[in-house]
Ligand binder design. Structure first.
Ligand code: NOJ
Length: 729
């Protein structure tokens, strides 16, 4: 449909019809077993069901075709209904959780993964996903850190951008692609104390320089939607925040698409104490520019009244409705409301999708320790012990459309590689401590104590038999994701006890950590010969993990978030400020900015990750000592594979602006390149540095660079490298 036809359609629509385009209702209104991803309040009445412009949480080609046919028949202008779904790290084929994808430092792989998810979701009738989540996360207590790609604005920008491109492709009309939604705008990851839905207090410069960056970069790729966040920012809920939505999102970022609220977030402005009642909430959300009200009922209940009374102008309403109609049109729904979906087949896991997932898993694993080359595994007696060895629950709670039975467990994959006489499996302990609280409630097991005693003795037997114990520990998938904030970052006590007991047997221990968030691993590291972070790896988890354990692939993942010594360091991030009393690298540190009982930095810092081979960095240099605004300079370093195995390495570029009108972080990631090196081979890796890369939100409240000295590092993690220097004149 062309623009004129769309406007003509709008002009024919009744006020009620228009309002309803801005209403999204849960899929459970159409299908009883739809996924409910928030708290529901009552049922929508028949009129709302007949006219609501979009729904969420249902998928399946046949089901959606039926819903669409019935809906369009009833709709006065036969406008198609839009189907949205949380396709967060996979639809049928589940990839590593987003934090794991961040660890790949491979935006190209992430883009391919997003395209694969789009294709699967689209063939199941889905039009739009609520992804990518571009929230910057510096706090491991926040369970939703699992849904992010980490603590760094630059890495997050690369990943969010890649996801938007992958989901949407070149043209949204292409039925292999779906609409993306950049969320949660804004700064949802900065909730006080790491508690979900909590308030955020952020200065404008921190907001702009750090928290807004990845959303802004992703929006440059024209995502169809942006979602508001649940939190307040400096006292104003994001969903009613005109500064954020009008000034920054629409004016500065130039976002032209549909702004959707998060689940019930419009109505939650009443709880925040920002709106008087549902009508006031609808008014405030509209004034802030929220186009679609996801499930709160405020727009369906009161928007018509607000327009009739003139409090909301019809022009404002029309603009919002037109954005929604435009999105439907961009998706090609007016020409083909079913987008060529194959009604019979629907989406399924394929050989090709498995291949991509497996490769991504292998790329996402981060080797934290490898004492005396405990890894790769030798062809000897290996005992696979722990609650993650043979579980199919290797995906996050957001991957609800993927079926567990498609998942390859670690033990299944290991059994393909090793002869049965050479491996043993023992569960070792329950996944959780007795009465652990998860997003889904309290986990209580009747015979928990007896069961664990039995599992432990089996594990000890297996360990005595083995040469190496591969211990698969971690956090259950219901303990990260939405509403899963935690004040402790320790593994469950029952798992730590298992490790402790096994360590007494004196065999080599390789510990695998399955997790959606950074955990306290200092004690685990002490008792382990090797330690590998596996995240929540998804459908091909077992195969990807075994590719690395067996040495088929050398690990190349890098931490996208700092792993702390202790939870007391949170929020923790590498790009901190110097302070007036920085703690010296060595020597006395009284009266400096430090903890008496802990390091300042991370146990395992951002960007860190080992390989089976070794890399040597040498000859780091800058092409010139000075540059002016219009120029660029080149930073280069030679990287050599000094080990005896092929490996991938992520060369990282960090910059520090030494003096500014506002203080600048001690380091900021400004680029990275992943290269593959054969043993003995070397490559010169170069990055261009331009004036644009040196800009920040200055004391004059504008994006600018300032003349002066800058440090540069070309290195292997956020804490190493030789310090280089140049001047910007
Ligand atoms: C609430 C979550 O915050 C958001 O990320 C998700 O997309 C919506 N619910 C829809 O399920």
């Amino acid at each position: 449909m062309d623009k004129k036809a769309l406007e003509a359609l709008l002009s024919e629509m009744s006020l009620e019809e228009k309002v309803m385009q801005l209403v999204q209702i849960p899929g459970s209104e159409y299908e009883a077993d739809a996924e409910i991803t928030g708290v529901t309040r009552g049922q929508a009445d028949e009129k709302v069901k007949r006219l609501a412009g979009s729904t969420l949480g249902v998928w399946g080609s046949k089901r959606l075709k039926k819903i669409q046919e019935n809906y369009m028949k009833e709709h006065p202008h036969h406008i198609p209904l839009m189907f949205m779904l949380d396709v967060i790290h996979g639809h049928k084929t589940v990839l590593p959780c987003p934090l794991g994808q961040g660890a790949t430092f491979d935006p190209e792989a992430v883009k391919k993964g997003a395209a694969m998810q789009a294709k699967e979701a689209s063939s199941d009738g889905v039009h739009a996903t609520f992804s990518p989540m571009a929230d910057l996360c510096r706090d491991a207590r926040w369970g939703r850190i699992m849904e992010s790609t980490g603590e760094d604005k630059y890495l997050n920008s690369c990943m969010a951008t890649a996801m938007v491109e992958g989901y949407q492709g070149e043209d949204l009309k292409d039925p292999e692609h779906i609409a993306a939604c950049v969320k949660h705008f804004a700064a949802y990851g900065a909730g006080e104390g790491g508690r979900d839905y909590n308030n955020t207090e952020l200065s404008e410069h921190t907001l702009r320089e750090h928290y807004l960056r990845a959303y802004g970069e992703a929006i440059k790729k024209n995502p169809a939607m942006v979602m508001t966040s649940f939190n307040t920012i400096n006292g104003i809920p994001a969903t009613g925040n005109t500064f954020l939505m009008k000034k920054i999102l629409r004016e500065e970022f130039g976002f032209k698409g549909v702004l959707i609220s998060d689940w019930a977030a419009v109505g939650e402005m009443i709880n925040h104490g920002f709106a008087e009642d549902q009508k006031d909430a609808a008014f405030k959300a509209m004034m802030a520019g929220v186009d679609i009200d996801m499930t709160s009922g405020c727009y369906s209940g009161y928007l018509e009244e607000l327009v009739k009374s003139g409090e909301i102008s019809e022009k404002m309403l029309d603009e919002a409705v037109l954005r929604v109609l435009n999105m439907k049109n961009d998706l090609g729904l007016f020409e083909d409301p079913f987008r060529e979906i194959d009604m019979e087949e629907g989406a399924s896991v394929t050989e090709e999708s498995r291949k991509l997932a497996r490769k991504t898993v292998a790329e996402s694993l981060v080797l934290l320790e490898n004492k005396a080359q405990a890894l790769p595994l030798r062809k000897e007696r290996n005992a696979f012990i722990g609650p993650f060895v043979n579980t199919k629950r290797l995906q996050s709670s957001w991957a609800f459309s993927g079926e567990d039975e498609n998942t390859v467990t670690v033990f299944e994959a290991a059994s393909e590689i090793y002869e049965s006489g050479n491996i043993k499996f023992a569960e070792g302990c329950t996944m959780m401590d007795q009465d652990s609280v998860t997003a889904r409630g309290v986990c209580h097991m009747e015979n928990w104590q007896e069961e664990n005693e039995k599992l432990l003795s089996e594990a000890l037997e297996a360990a005595k038999w083995a040469d190496t114990v591969i211990l698969c520990l971690g956090e259950d998938s219901t303990q990260s994701g939405e509403a899963t904030s935690k004040a402790s970052l320790k593994l469950p006590a029952v798992q730590l006890k298992l490790l402790d007991e096994l360590s007494k047997i004196g065999k080599r221990i390789v510990t695998l950590i399955f997790t959606g968030r950074p955990l306290e691993l200092a004690d685990v590291a002490k008792l382990s010969d090797a330690m590998l972070v596996c995240w929540l790896p998804g459908t091909e988890g077992g195969n990807g993990v075994m590719d690395v354990l067996s040495g088929k692939t050398s690990p190349s993942g890098r931490l996208p978030v700092s792993f702390p010594y202790t939870v007391g360091q949170e929020p923790l991030h590498y790009d901190m400020y110097s302070t007036g009393r920085p703690k010296p690298a060595s020597g006395p540190s009284e009266y400096t900015s430090r903890y008496l009982d802990c390091e300042n930095g991370a146990l395992y810092p951002f960007g860190y990750g080992l390989s089976y081979t070794t890399f040597e960095y040498s000859g780091a240099s800058l092409s010139k000592e000075k540059m002016t605004s219009g120029e660029t300079l080149t930073a280069s370093v030679k990287v050599r594979n000094t080990g005896d195995m092929k490996g991938d390495v992520t060369v990282q570029l960090y910059i520090r602006d030494i003096t500014g009108s506002r203080v600048r972080p001690i380091r900021e990631l400004a680029g990275f390149k992943k290269i593959s090196l054969e043993p003995g081979s070397e490559e010169i890796v170069s990055f261009k540095i331009s004036e644009e890369m040196l800009r920040f939100w200055t004391a004059e409240e504008k994006w600018d660079s300032e003349p002066g000295r800058f440090n540069v590092w070309l290195c292997d993690s956020s804490v190493d490298g030789e310090t280089l220097e140049f001047r910007l004149d």
